[in-house]
Design a protein around this ligand. Structure first.
Ligand SMILES: [Zn+2]
Length: 267
């Protein structure tokens, strides 16, 4: 890290964390209350730096206020809770739209509600900004445990791009680990497509079957938001994600045993 960046980060962290921001986290980050005090501290530090270092731009009349920044940064910070010194440095700009938006053409990394009209909830552009719909950001984070979270999804794409390719394989410690990861992801993708062909109910949304990149992003949403189900039905994938993210999100669910509801058999 450059000396200037580390000096600037120290200055950012020298300020006390605003209580108003903590209030926003309590309100909008549904899993905030189950984090340990150490995790909350890490999340608050990362969030402060993230907010200060990114350019925030509202599009189509969207206002950028503390709630928008804290809610988005807080979720990005959950993704990196297990790591030190990584804050999506390649992402310089976050563009926020009020709701889902339309763009001409399509890219592989967009979530499309309908392929024909290309309505987007969010987007991660290679080497460019993250684009998010505020409405979908809010519903994704307030309604936890449904496996849908557009912020986790788009920032997972950023992790995927860290090795220079959008291939469902994030940066891993060795080539061997990357090969094992790629094999596992492809295997799981094929399995998902097979289950969908058989019209079975699957844990991951059908959108994950688009390609390996979408599989990784959708699986990341599910890993954090539906950890107990994910671990139960995809144990090998859970182990791989748990090692990669250096987090065991199932633990965040154990304090709420009532969340282990009855569920149909998933594939
Ligand atoms: Zn995507």
């Amino acid at each position: 890290m450059s000396l200037f960046r580390s000096w600037r980060r120290k200055r950012i962290l020298a300020k006390p964390f605003p209580e108003a921001w903590r209030e926003i986290l309590r309100r909008n980050l549904s899993w905030y209350h189950v984090l340990s005090p150490a995790e909350k501290g890490k999340l608050e530090r990362d969030l402060s730096i993230f907010i200060a270092e990114k350019n925030w731009e509202g599009c189509a009349g969207q206002v950028i206020n503390d709630e928008v920044m804290v809610t988005i940064a807080g979720q990005a910070a959950v993704l990196v809770l297990g790591w030190d010194d990584y804050l999506f440095e390649r992402v310089k700009t976050i563009l926020v739209y009020p709701a889902s938006y339309r763009t001409p053409g399509g890219t592989r990394t967009s979530i499309e509600e309908d392929e024909l009209v290309t309505v987007r909830l969010g987007e991660a552009l290679h080497g460019g900004p993250i684009v998010l719909s505020w409405r979908d950001t809010l519903s994704g984070t307030r309604v936890a445990r449904d496996g849908q979270n557009v912020v986790l999804h788009e920032f997972a794409h950023v992790l995927d791009m860290e090795n220079g390719m959008i291939d469902g394989v994030p940066l891993l410690p060795s080539q061997h680990a990357e090969e094992a990861w790629s094999k596992l992801i492809h295997h799981e993708l094929e399995d998902l497509r097979r289950q969908l062909d058989l019209r079975r109910q699957t844990l991951l949304s059908p959108y994950a079957a688009t390609n390996v990149a979408e599989f990784f992003a959708v699986a990341t949403e599910s890993f954090f938001e539906e950890a107990p189900l994910f671990k139960e039905f995809k144990p090998e994938l859970y182990r791989a994600f748990s090692e990669f993210y250096r987090q065991d999100p199932v633990e965040r669910f154990d304090v709420h045993p009532h969340l282990h509801e009855h569920h149909p058999h998933l594939h």
